[in-house]
Design a protein around this ligand. Sequence first.
Ligand SMILES: CCCCCCCC/C=C\CCCCCCCC(=O)N[C@@H](CO)[C@H](O)/C=C/CCCCCCCCCCCCC
Ligand SMILES: [Ca+2]
Ligand SMILES: [Zn+2]
Length: 264
Amino acid sequence: MPSVFAYQSSEVDWCEPNFQYSQLVAEFYNTFSNVTFFIFGPLMTFLMRPYIQQRSRYLYVLFVLFTVTGLFSMYFHMTLSFLGQMLDEIAILWLLASGYSIWLPRCYFPAFLGQNRSRYSSLIIIISLVSTFLSFLRPTINAYALNAIGLHIIYIVVQEYKKTKNKELQHLIEVSTVIWALAFTSWISDRLLCSFWQWINFSYLHSIWHVLISFTFPYGMVILALVDSEYEMPNKTLKVRYWPRDTWPMGLPYVEMGDDHKSC
Ligand SMILES: CCCCCCCC/C=C\CCCCCCCC(=O)N[C@@H](CO)[C@H](O)/C=C/CCCCCCCCCCCCC
Ligand SMILES: [Ca+2]
Ligand SMILES: [Zn+2]
């Protein structure tokens, strides 16, 4: 039984040919396409810190986990080791869990919890701990399970799209859902259609997944903050801004705290 640290000790191997450019980097493009995680993670943390300090400092955990996920994904693709795979997938699990515990609107809580967020968060922690142990039983299905959670997040967001009258929120949901759909299509194509992609000598879809899914993070943070504020901070206004300039045709969305509504 090879060591969990050993190169290619994971049962998962992506479509990109291995060790094409270096004996130290198994999948070159899949390794370095994670760089956007190291840009968006710290940048979004900096841009959204006024919101984080008003809403919940636990959001720093989510933002840090996003950056750490990119680091573990880089290590995973560099080595294709079992340790790399598990670090990557467990980081994603806890990233999603932190988002669920802070931002899932109470109306989606299981009925037996009532509207009690602290009891709900305790349930999320228990489920995440159990899932962490279960992830070692059939590691090859972990990523599919994590994508199924992603699909649930999209479902929640689409339900909120139907409820809201906020045109800017609707636009952000439309854009992020298209980005996520393109990302997931790239991910599943790399997994299931690798022989075709290798035949046409284009086996870089998983690298495209990394870049596209990293873009869902800024959009996801803004969407969930706007949705959450309608339920949890109805008297506060959030302003959507775009980095580096609002006036630029393309930019990274983030939220700023607006002036409080003074209820008379
Ligand atoms: C109410 C719930 C709030 C939850 C908010 C969470 C938002 C998280 C946003 C982005 C997370 C990106 C994580 C990407 C993982 C990158 C590492 C990677 O590629 N790992 C692969 C191996 O290298 C592995 O095979 C991937 C496994 C699948 C990961 C599934 C992630 C689901 C992300 C769902 C994003 C929904 C965004 C919704 C936008 C409105
Ligand atoms: Ca490979
Ligand atoms: Zn990857």
